[in-house]
Design a protein around this ligand. Structure first.
Ligand SMILES: NC(=O)C1=CN([C@@H]2O[C@H](COP(=O)(O)OP(=O)(O)OC[C@H]3O[C@@H](n4cnc5c(N)ncnc54)[C@H](O)[C@@H]3O)[C@@H](O)[C@H]2O)C=CC1
Ligand SMILES: O=C(O)[C@@H]1CCC=N1
Length: 227
C-alpha cells in the first residue's frame, strides 16, 4: 500500500468513487464478475469517461450494452510479462471510441511492451496465443530444464539456462525478422544433435499439440464471451 501512495496513487473500495475521480478507468475483475461491476458503475459513467476492460472473452457489445449509450469503451488483452515491460498487448476499440482514445491507450500500454491495435475478432486469438501462451512457454521451460536435470545438471543452473535459451531464441526472431522455421533449420547440423532431438519432438506431435492448445484457449475465450 505504501508503494502506491509514494507514486501518488489513491485507493478505494468504492467503484463509483473511482468513476467520480478518474476519466480513464480500467476494469480488471475476473470475467464472470464484470457484468455486476458494469451495472454498479453504469449510473456514474459519462461521455467523458474512457472505459477499458481487460476481461478475457467479454465482448465490446456486452460492455456497450451494459453501459450508457455513447460510452467510449475499449478492450485490451495483456499478458503476464507486462510486469517486466516485455508484455504483448492488443487493443480493440468500441464504436464510440475514436483514434484519440486508441492512441492514448497505445501510448500508455507501450510502456508494458509490444502494443498493437487490432480488430476485436483477434482478441480471443491473442488470448490463446499470448495471454494463455505464456503458461505454455513456462511448461516448455520446465520440461527443457527437467531434461537437463535428468542428464545430471543441477536444477537451478538448468532453469537459468532454459530461460536464457527462450529469451535468446525469441530475441533472434524479433531482431532478424526471419521465419522461425528458417532459424530452426540453421541450428540443424546434418546428422547432428539437433535433428535427432527434433525427430523426438515430432514423434510427440509437439507442433500439433501446441496448435491444439492455442485453439482450445481461443475457443474457451469465445465461450466465456457468449455467457
Ligand atoms: N492473469 C492473466 O495473465 C491475464 C488475465 N486477464 C484478465 O484479467 C482479469 C483479471 O485476472 P487476474 O488478474 O488473473 O485476476 P485476480 O483475481 O488476480 O484479480 C482480480 C481483481 O479484481 C478485484 N475485484 C473482485 N471483485 C471486484 C469488484 N466487484 N469490484 C472491483 N474489484 C474487484 C479483486 O480484488 C482482484 O484484485 C480477468 O478478467 C482475466 O480474464 C487477461 C489477460 C491475462
Ligand atoms: O486463463 C485465463 O483465463 C486468463 C486469460 C489469459 C490469461 N489468463
Amino acid at each position: 500500500m505504501g508503494a502506491f501512495q509514494d507514486l501518488g496513487c489513491r485507493t478505494t473500495h468504492c467503484n463509483s468513487e473511482v468513476l467520480q475521480r478518474c476519466t480513464l478507468v480500467f476494469l480488471a475483475t475476473k470475467p464472470h464478475l464484470l457484468p455486476g461491476v458494469l451495472q454498479e458503475i453504469a449510473p456514474a459513467v459519462t461521455r467523458d469517461h474512457i472505459i477499458v476492460s481487460v476481461a478475457a472473452g467479454v465482448t465490446l457489445q456486452t460492455l456497450q450494452q451494459l453501459l450508457p449509450a455513447g460510452t467510449k469503451v475499449l478492450r485490451v488483452m495483456p499478458n503476464l510479462p507486462c510486469v517486466v515491460q516485455e508484455g504483448a498487448v492488443v487493443v480493440a476499440r468500441g464504436s464510440c471510441a475514436g483514434e484519440q482514445e486508441a492512441a492514448l491507450l497505445r501510448s500508455l500500454l507501450s510502456a508494458c511492451g509490444l502494443c498493437e491495435e487490432t480488430p476485436e475478432s483477434y482478441l480471443d486469438i491473442h488470448t490463446g496465443l499470448s495471454g494463455s501462451g505464456v503458461a505454455y512457454v513456462y511448461l516448455f521451460a520446465e520440461a527443457l530444464a527437467d531434461g537437463a536435470v535428468k542428464m545430471g545438471m543441477p536444477s537451478a543452473l538448468a532453469n537459468k539456462i532454459a530461460a536464457q535459451t527462450l529469451l535468446g531464441a525469441a530475441k533472434m526472431i524479433l531482431e532478424t525478422g526471419e521465419h522461425p522455421a528458417k532459424l530452426r533449420s540453421n541450428v540443424c547440423t546434418p546428422g547432428g544433435t539437433t535433428i535427432h532431438a527434433l525427430h523426438e519432438l515430432e514423434k510427440g506431435a509437439l507442433r500439433a499439440t501446441v496448435m491444439n492448445a492455442v485453439e482450445a484457449a481461443t475457443m474457451r475465450a469465445r465461450e466465456l464471451g457468449e455467457r
